[in-house]
Ligand binder design. Structure first.
Ligand code: DC
Length: 219
């Protein structure tokens, strides 16, 4: 029987690495919903469709076809997986994902992913809006400072430029955007397990989630 697990939480809480590892251990698929929002934000911005241009926005959303492959995201058959991972797209995705039109357009695409087998869906409203009936729901968070430190170390380890204060400010700004927007603001879904990971190792978080999901699926 296939099932859905959701992991929601703010930027930089370690959701992606944890969700990827837990999916591997549970032998189920990982659904990176942030990548979908990033892809759509990138294409809308490139097409110069600013959030105020509502009539163009609705037309464009009908034309844009997003496809998810195992490790890539395609927009109208064009692979944007690399292009969506930049600080610029971080802020574009935060802006465009606040638009109800964008959220509505991406809802069906997300929901139908469960038709292809069990999944761990990671994002902001997966346990509340997209998959309210998930078998297990988690809300991962950490202090902004802990999250900024992780992002900083991640960028440095990839040989990228990084400035801790800039990262911290960007995280605080994104938290504010994601939690104060009107459409599906970031919140702890009903029935979700709340995990503050500031003082936890990644292994501890992954083990906790995997054990909990195994129990929940057994029941
Ligand atoms: O997780 P991420 O940083 O890749 O997400 C990019 C943006 O997309 C982030 O600003 C919040 C938004 N997002 C969302 O609103 N709902 C989701 N389910 C996933 C991401």
């Amino acid at each position: 029987m296939s099932y859905v697990v959701t992991i929601d939480g703010p930027a930089g809480a370690g959701k992606s690495s944890v969700a990827k590892r837990a999916a591997k251990e549970l032998k189920i698929k990982y659904l990176d919903t942030g990548a979908i929002y990033r892809a759509i934000a990138l294409i809308l911005a490139k097409s110069e469709i600013t959030p105020e241009k509502k009539e163009f926005l609705n037309e464009a959303l009908k034309e844009i076809k997003i496809e998810l492959r195992d490790n890539s995201v395609l927009v109208n058959s064009f692979d944007v997986s690399g292009e969506i991972r930049t600080p610029e797209v971080d802020s574009l995705a935060s802006i465009y994902s606040a638009l109800p039109e964008v959220r509505a357009a991406l809802l069906t695409l997300q929901k139908e992913q469960k038709n292809y087998g069990s999944i761990i869906a990671e994002g902001r409203d997966e346990g509340s809006v997209v998959f309210p009936d998930a078998v297990a729901k988690f809300f991962l968070t950490a202090t902004p400072e802990a999250r900024a430190k992780r992002r900083y170390l991640e960028r440095i380890s990839k040989g990228q430029e990084a400035n801790y204060d800039e990262i911290l400010n960007a995280i605080k700004q994104r938290d504010l955007n994601d939690s104060t927007r009107e459409a599906a603001p970031l919140s702890v879904p009903d029935g979700a397990i709340f995990l503050d990971t500031s003082e936890m190792t990644e292994d501890e978080v992954v083990n906790f989630i995997v054990q909990h999901v195994k129990e929940a699926v057994k029941e």
